[in-house]
Design a protein around this ligand. Structure first.
Ligand code: NIG
Ligand code: FE
Length: 400
């Protein structure tokens, strides 16, 4: 027998499905709504008053008390398998030291020294944090191992908690490869595209490269991304974070699902994104935590690009796992409306991961719901820092 759950008495239901008669443009809002989940999938959405006739007696009824419900957050960018932290570096930065990609190497050291059990326990705690804050789908990148064994371990551990695993061997050149004593960046790229990719690809769905001054050139990034693609992985790119560069254009040219950061964009970059189906993923926690200028979401949206918001949760540039926090910052400092930011953190993230089963509450999709202690989605930006996530359901089941 299929299991049926009726979520009812929803004051404002954001579906991200623009069916006729709904409000809020892309948010597809239904007021005084109900949603039926059958075996974890959305089966019916409509006015609560029609639920009794539309829905035969469900196994369970969940009363939302007139509160707002949105789809579960889809966090399409995080780096959650690592050892140690960089609180001192953060404090120094707040005292005026600039952020540099090189800080990644101190986390590489701490990660290599941590046992599997330590990394697993840490990861489990982060997953709990994500769930409690309304994230029901999340991506995790490797990139703090930077040797064949260490990267293989990170993607393997990440795969224990999510399907969305990204191989980021090309995060920075590890210290043992750096000139003048080591074999150099090109030799490291050879390792990444050869033995390391072969070891990691079985656990991963995506390949990524940090195309930035202090990390990898466009040419080196291209070698990594093309090798990953030839090995069956989808492409995503870290680009244009610390300054203008070729990351965005490379991502668009390779048909990447997403290019992430997008802080320093030329008019050509914006036009290229708008003409492509590569998602521009913005990471508000990074500029918050590095004191760099925020990316201009308005410029991208007005040009017609697809924008997602993700946490980039990592110990260096953005140690937040909170999508509500990212939404609030995106609205306050990146010129997004609350509606655009909520869409970007749900449907936008799903597009960035090329997922068609999450990010919206449409019949057939996973019944991933976040109940807010608020009457409207707007409160996520309007009440920054307030824990508004009340209950979280994934595939129709209570998760947090
Ligand atoms: O996405 N940009 C590159 N990688 C991470 C930062 C990692 C770190 O500082 O440890 C990011 O911001
Ligand atoms: Fe990142």
């Amino acid at each position: 027998m299929p299991r049926t759950t009726l979520f009812t008495n929803i004051g404002e239901l954001t579906t991200n499905d623009q069916a006729p008669g709904r409000e809020g443009g892309p948010l597809g809002i239904v007021r005084d709504a109900a949603l039926l989940a059958v075996d974890g999938r959305v089966a019916w959405v409509g006015p609560a008053a029609e639920a009794a006739s539309a829905v035969p007696s469900p196994d369970e009824i969940v009363d939302l008390g007139g509160r707002a419900v949105i789809p579960g957050f889809v966090d399409s960018h995080s780096h959650l398998v690592f050892g140690g932290d960089r609180a001192e570096e953060f404090a120094a930065r707040m005292a005026g030291r600039p952020y540099e990609a090189g800080g990644i190497r101190s986390t590489v050291q701490a990660t290599r020294e941590a046992s599997d059990e330590e990394l697993r326990a840490r990861l489990a705690a982060f997953v709990g944090e994500l769930h409690r804050q309304g994230t029901t789908t999340f991506e995790i990148k490797s990139g703090y191992g930077l040797s064949v064994e260490a990267e293989e371990r990170l993607v393997r551990l990440a795969r224990e908690v999510t399907e969305e695993v990204t191989f980021l061997g090309a995060h920075v050149v590890p210290f043992e490869y750096r000139e003048p004593d080591g074999p150099g960046a090109d030799a490291y790229v050879e390792l990444v595209t050869g033995e390391m990719l072969a070891a990691c690809a079985p656990h991963a769905k995506w390949v990524d490269a940090f195309c930035e001054r202090g990390a990898f050139t466009a040419e080196q990034s291209r070698r990594v991304l093309e090798a990953g693609r030839a090995g069956g992985l989808g492409v995503r790119v870290h680009g244009n974070q610390l300054g203008p560069g070729e990351g965005v254009r490379l991502a668009v040219e390779l048909g990447a699902a997403s290019v992430d950061h997008c802080t320093y964009l030329s008019d050509e970059d914006v036009a290229a994104l708008a003409a492509s189906d590569t998602v521009a993923t913005l990471l508000p926690g990074v500029e918050f935590s590095t004191r760099q200028p925020y990316p201009d979401a308005r410029r991208l949206l007005d040009a017609g690009a697809t924008v997602a918001i993700a946490s980039d949760c990592n110990p260096g540039s953005s140690f937040t796992s909170s999508m509500p926090f990212c939404i609030a910052v995106a609205v306050r400092d990146m010129r997004m409306t609350p509606a655009e930011a909520v869409w970007a953190a749900t449907a936008g993230g799903a597009l960035a991961l090329r997922r068609e089963d999450v990010g919206a509450l449409r019949p057939g999709m996973s019944a991933d719901l976040v109940e807010l202690d608020a009457p409207s989605h707007v409160h996520l930006a309007y009440r920054p820092g307030v824990p508004l996530v009340r209950r979280v359901f994934r595939a129709g089941e209570h998760l947090a």
